[in-house]
Design a protein around this ligand. Structure first.
Ligand code: C2E
Ligand code: CA
Ligand code: CA
Length: 681
């Protein structure tokens, strides 16, 4: 078998919850930041491309206009120089060139008019009309030149041509100059914009990259935390929280593995089940803190006495198990068990207190005592129980020598599972008022619907549960089921008191009152509808503690009845100090009272004495009408027995109730008669 490490890896100390929160926050922040940056980058990209293309369009338009104005300006200059030239060398050639210059000007201005804005158009219209006037004066001037009428030519030039030309020239030059400057400015804007974009683009993309990197690292961190948490959860599910030792699940897993290699390699594995003796006393005396601290010291003590590859597990409470794979024989396993007992002998130091611990060990060996983990665990449980009961220290499982029949031993393991699988059912037996015939309550009686053996009655398994500590869970189970049923009856309009039986062990369990309170609250049942039946002998095993628990229960408002009264040795006087409200006369007296007069006298005096103490008296085991009549004569309050009804399921009880009529059980006259005859007797 593979060596299972005895010391399991200590669990990481930081709490996954904190880290989880931090990681989640960080990844949230990172994703938001990344989205913002991506948004920013996109907006930036769109903005730069838009802005530059708009700026470029504006610059192109401006420089086009500037070119047109420049062309117009040079046409104007050409017109002027050709006009002068014509005066010196008139002729068709110069004239044609002048016309061409005039046409150029008109064309350039036409281009401006087409591409420019409203102000350009207005300016062009103004210049063009001045130009028309100018051309008219030029015509007159050229005619005067052609006629060689110099004084006329000079006069036209001075009076008409010059003024209109100067106006045209000024307008065109100013506009050309202005457009040129605008074009230059827009170009430089464009260049600036491009420079900004050039400088910002890498910066923006770099920060995006950085954030993406950050997000990746946060995600990686998150994944690591999840892995850690998963490992932690697996560890937790296989280990006991208090001691860090492997738990029942891991033990069973390793046991399975060991058994498989036993079959393969013809080896044997031993399982030791260790239960501390009187651990509860330590808990009760020193408190749970000391108890817990003591439990954490057990593992290391046991480990010292073992080999690598052995497993120490805590099964719950004060129960530990040790797995010894590859052990040679029962004798060897027993030696190990004795060593373990010796290891526990030295006192444990807990917060300045020295605590002495003893333990009982049950031992089983694979092959010899079973082949299967659950059978072997169950048998180790039984062996441990024998070791503890007979104060043997170590006991090797032996089906025949422990006084339990094998079937009863098997039953013990079954009962644990039966409880888990809800195989236990409650039957209810009515308690009927003798004077009114009214059903005043029911007693819940547990039965075990065993999957293989059918219905098992409580006498067969309650003692077993009492001996093994299973009675605690069993009582809780019965209380839970009984209160659930009570709630259903109350909801259906039937307010009934339900009685539940307690065992001696329950009365020593100080957690019981709290459990009862919780169950009452859970099922929303008023405390006075619950009655708990306890026997005299249960109270007398540890009267002080029992009284304490009963008082706590009574303080909740729960009623207490003394069950099977008369078979114990307690006097009514002794019971006086207990918080009880009901006495149930044991059925052995009631069943025989008609034929056995001494029992009738006992029943009668219990009724009288009980009434003197203010108690309700219940006769159980009423099997016939004669008994009922006589009980009525004694003034007994309540009857319970087969004559009235047998215990039945909740459903059967509902049907039974429907068929009942409310009449006093015996007639009033009979009752009076019964009383006189009994008094006479
Ligand atoms: P008990 O508390 O004395 O319960 C009355 C027993 O007498 C029941 O047996 C009931 O079926 C039986 N009985 C009722 N009427 C008659 C009758 O007219 N004649 C005869 N001969 N018997 C009658 P059951 O249900 O077998 O219970 C046996 C005992 O088992 C109970 O005795 C009680 O001590 C114990 N028990 C039953 N349920 C529980 C439980 O939930 N918890 C605990 N701790 N003990 C329980
Ligand atoms: Ca009872
Ligand atoms: Ca009884």
């Amino acid at each position: 078998m593979t060596a299972a490490p005895r010391h399991d890896a200590p669990s990481p100390t930081r709490t996954p919850g904190d880290a989880d929160g931090r990681v989640a926050r960080r990844s949230r922040v990172a994703s938001v930041a990344l989205v913002l940056v991506l948004l920013g980058v996109s907006i930036f990209a769109i903005w730069t491309s838009n802005a530059t293309s708009e700026a470029a369009a504006r610059a192109v338009a401006a420089s086009g206009l500037s070119d047109d104005y420049a062309a117009a300006a040079s046409a104007v200059a050409a017109e002027e120089s050709l006009e002068r030239k014509y005066r010196l060398e008139p002729g068709p050639d110069v004239r044609a060139r002048f016309d061409k210059a005039a046409a150029d000007l008109t064309q350039s201005l036409g281009a401006v008019r087409r591409d420019g804005d409203g102000r350009d158009r207005a300016r062009v219209d103004r210049i063009l009309s001045q130009h028309v006037a100018y051309l008219g004066s030029i015509m007159l001037l050229f005619e005067a030149v052609d006629a060689e009428n110099i004084p006329a030519a000079l006069a036209i030039d001075n009076d008409q041509v010059d003024p209109s030309f100067s106006a045209i020239e000024r307008a065109v030059l100013t506009a050309a100059e202005h457009k040129h400057r605008t074009a230059l400015r827009l170009l430089s804007d464009l260049r600036g914009l491009e420079a900004v974009a050039r400088r910002l683009t890498p910066l923006v993309f770099l920060s995006g990259l950085l954030l993406a990197g950050l997000l990746a690292s946060v995600t990686r961190g998150h994944r690591r935390t999840l892995d850690l948490e998963r490992a932690q959860a697996i560890h937790d599910s296989l280990h006991d929280a208090l001691t860090g030792l492997p738990n029942r699940t891991l033990l069973a897993e390793r046991f399975d593995m060991a058994l498989r290699s036993d079959t393969r390699d013809r080896t044997t594995t031993a399982l030791l089940l260790i239960d501390l003796d009187r651990f509860k006393e330590i808990n009760d005396t020193f408190g749970h803190h000391h108890g817990d601290e003591l439990l954490t010291q057990i593992g290391p003590r046991l480990t010292v006495a073992l080999r690598d590859g052995d497993t120490v597990a805590r099964l719950g409470g004060d129960e530990f198990a040790v797995l010894l794979p590859g052990i040679a024989s029962v004798e060897d396993a027993k030696t190990v068990a004795l060593t373990l007992l010796a290891a526990l002998e030295a006192p444990f130091h807990v917060d300045g207190v020295d605590l002495d611990v003893e333990a009982s060990i049950g031992l089983v060996l694979s092959g010899e005592h079973g082949q299967d983990t659950s059978v072997l665990l169950q048998r180790a449980d039984i062996a441990m129980y024998v070791a503890k009961n007979q104060d043997l220290g170590v006991f090797v499982y032996d089906a025949s020598s422990d006084g339990h029949s094998p079937s009863r031993l098997a039953l013990l393991g079954d009962l644990r599972r039966g409880l888990e699988r809800n195989e236990l059912v409650l039957h209810y037996q009515p308690k009927v008022s003798i004077s009114t015939g009214e059903v005043v309550g029911v007693e819940a009686l547990v039965r075990w619907q065993h999957p293989a053996r059918g219905m098992i009655f409580p006498d067969e398994f309650i003692p077993l549960a009492e001996n093994t500590g299973l009675i605690g869970p069993l009582t809780r189970y019965v209380l839970d089921a009984a209160l659930k049923q009570t709630r259903e009856w109350v909801d259906a309009g039937r307010t009934l008191s339900v009685s539940v039986n307690l065992s001696a062990r329950n009365l020593l369990d100080e957690r019981l009152p709290l459990q009862v309170a919780e169950l009452l609250a859970e099922h929303d049942v008023p405390a006075e509808l619950l009655e708990l039946e306890v026997t005299e002998s249960a109270i007398m095993t540890e009267p002080v503690r029992a009284q304490h628990v009963l008082e706590m229960l009574s303080a909740l408002g729960v009623r207490i009845a003394i069950d099977d009264f008369g078979v114990g040795y307690t006097s009514l006087g002794q019971l006086k100090t207990l918080p009880i409200s009901e006495l149930k006369i044991d059925r052995s007296f009631v069943m025989t009272m008609v034929n056995d007069r001494s029992n009738a006298v006992i029943v009668h005096s219990v009724v009288d004495l009980g009434h003197n103490l203010g108690l309700t008296i219940v006769a159980e085991g009423v099997e016939d009408q004669a008994t009922l009549d006589e009980l009525a004569g004694f003034g007994c309050d309540v009857a319970q027995g087969y004559h009235l009804a047998r215990p039945m399921t909740g459903e059967a009880f509902d049907t039974w109730c429907a068929g009942q009529s409310l009449t006093p059980l015996p007639s009033a006259a009979d009752a009076a008669h019964g009383m006189t005859s009994a008094t006479r007797a």
